[in-house]
Design a protein around this ligand. Structure first.
Ligand code: FES
Length: 112
């Protein structure tokens, strides 16, 4: 299934947009983040506990650490790969979804 997210050209470095999709009979939330000139999409769930990374505020990126940071216990994930390299879930990775850029929108492919 593809999720279309419009207006991505206006996103700044570290800015994110959340989106929802059906997953295992429930509604899951993902997020698209711009990291330098690239766009990356992940499931909004920490690999440590089953909680959203942002605690619902839509703010994922911590500039000083140059990482996506979980607001519950501080796990830090590389924004371009989703790999955790600091905190309670080192070596785990966020669920990453393919992103295709088309001018001012992207298509995120999430599992059916
Ligand atoms: S819940 Fe994310 S680091 Fe603990």
């Amino acid at each position: 299934m593809e999720i279309r997210i419009n207006g991505v050209g206006a996103m700044g470095h570290g800015e994110a947009r959340c989106f929802e999709f059906p997953r295992n009979g429930r509604t899951a939330q993902g997020f698209l983040i711009r990291y330098h000139d690239g766009y990356h999409a992940y499931l909004n769930q920490c690999q440590h506990w089953p909680v959203p990374l942002d605690l619902g505020d839509g703010d994922f990126f911590y500039d000083k650490a140059d990482r996506i940071v979980c607001k519950t216990h501080g796990a830090a994930y590389k924004a371009d790969t989703g790999e955790c390299d600091s905190g309670p879930c080192v070596r785990a990775s966020l669920d990453k979804y393919p992103v295709a850029r088309h001018e001012d929108h992207v298509l995120v492919t999430v599992p059916d």
